[in-house]
Design a protein around this ligand. Structure first.
Ligand SMILES: Nc1ncnc2c1ncn2[C@@H]1O[C@H](COP(=O)(O)OP(=O)(O)OP(=O)(O)O)[C@@H](O)[C@H]1O
Ligand SMILES: [Mg+2]
Length: 355
């Protein structure tokens, strides 16, 4: 369901703003520092419960204020509502409350199902450049929406992993956690593997179209697949004891991107890396639509910084043809893409005006 209404209070530089979005293309334009990315951050929070800019929720609260609020309404009839609050505490962490349709949410999974949202921002190339964590989270978001068993297995796996690591740190035997870790770990891995396989044709097409290069995507489970996960845990036990944490398993999984046999980040230019990230996004969206009929709201933060005009038009055209909701930010009202957006907002020093 598309986001139809957004209300923001005391988040970043935005004291108060209310916006009504269209189900198609929406544009937020304004000068540097006006608050455009902060608005996308607010929207992203509705579907993810965390920011794409910081892990420290306290930073979201407007300076000098005690609490930040974000409320979103989804769909028209039978609409649903998500509300988030971040309250300052004595420590560095803000207290977070998440409500769906007026009652406390059952965790981040409920947000993700209620409001699927994806972002493509000027940091997108980090997906290629940085360590496995980002790519794993990117993949898992797809897997979560496609494989019904994934969400619970992931939660149980994380819990078992935390217990096992705590045992290792306390110099106790970690093996009582292995059964759970292995059981859930195999479920996670099978789901991830299936999704990567099904994603492949979408990926090859998108990456070839955007970069002109044949960049290979392959899945690494997080341990040596010649061995079972249990055998691998056993083999690494001495090292795990030394470092006080578990060094192998699905929490180390990665999606490797290679061009002519070399790691993409080592051989692709910055511009090519950005296009590769855009191709990943496009492949993911087309795959999710075909596989489970999922149409996430897509946030594009300053896409003209990523793409030249030809690529930008092609990309937005492809996303539009999926009929997914698009919320785009730009410095100028005419940002080099000449289609007609359904809604345009001018963002100026933390205030939002409908144009
Ligand atoms: N907690 C906060 N309280 C008040 N202001 C904040 C807070 N956090 C960030 N800001 C300010 O909010 C302003 C808007 O930032 P934002 O990133 O949303 O701008 P933007 O419109 O995306 O700009 P750009 O075009 O440069 O990307 C910045 O000037 C920033 O310093
Ligand atoms: Mg910005």
């Amino acid at each position: 369901m598309p986001l139809t209404e957004l209300a923001v209070g005391d988040l970043r530089c935005i004291e108060s703003a209310e916006l009504r979005f269209s189900p198609g293309v929406n544009v937020l334009y304004g000068a540097n520092g006006a608050g455009k990315t902060s608005l996308l951050e607010a929207i992203f929070l509705l579907g993810r419960g965390r920011s794409f800019r910081t892990r420290i929720n306290e930073r979201l609260i407007r300076h000098g204020c005690q609490e930040a609020r974000v409320i979103g309404r989804l769909g028209d009839e039978r609409s649903r509502q998500i509300g988030l609050g971040f309250r300052r505490t004595a420590g560095a962490r803000a207290d977070t409350t998440i409500r769906v349709d007026g009652r406390a949410a059952e965790g981040l999974a409920e947000l993700a199902t209620t409001f699927p949202v994806q972002i493509l921002d000027p940091d997108a190339h980090k997906l290629i450049e940085e360590s496995a964590g980002r790519r794993r989270r990117w993949l898992d978001w797809s897997v979560f929406h496609v494989e019904p068993v994934f969400g619970k297995a992931w939660t149980r796996y994380q819990r078992a992993l935390a217990q096992r690591n705590a045992a290792l740190k306390a110099r106790q035997s970690p093996s009582m956690w292995d059964t759970e870790l292995v059981k859930e770990g195999e479920v996670l891995t099978a789901s991830r593997r299936q999704v990567v396989e099904a994603l492949q044709p979408y990926w090859s097409r998108a990456v070839l179209e955007l970069t002109g290069l044949e960049i290979q995507m392959s899945f690494h489970a997080g341990w040596d697949r010649q061995q079972s996960l249990q055998d691998s845990l056993t083999q690494h036990l001495t090292r795990d004891r030394e470092r006080g944490s578990t060094g192998v398993g699905p929490h180390r999984a990665d999606l490797s991107l290679r061009y002519q046999g070399k790691m993409a980040k080592e051989v692709l230019s910055r511009g090519q890396q950005k296009l590769t990230a855009v191709a990943l996004a496009l492949a993911q969206l087309e795959f999710l639509k075909d596989t489970v009929g999922l149409l996430p709201t897509v946030l594009l933060d300053d896409p003209s910084a990523e793409l030249d005009q030809a690529h930008l038009e092609r990309f937005i055209g492809r996303i539009q043809s999926l009929r997914t909701q698009l919320i785009v930010t730009a410095l100028e009202r005419n940002f080099g893409w000449f289609g007609a957006p359904e809604s345009v907002f001018h963002v100026e020093r933390g205030q939002v005006f409908r144009v």
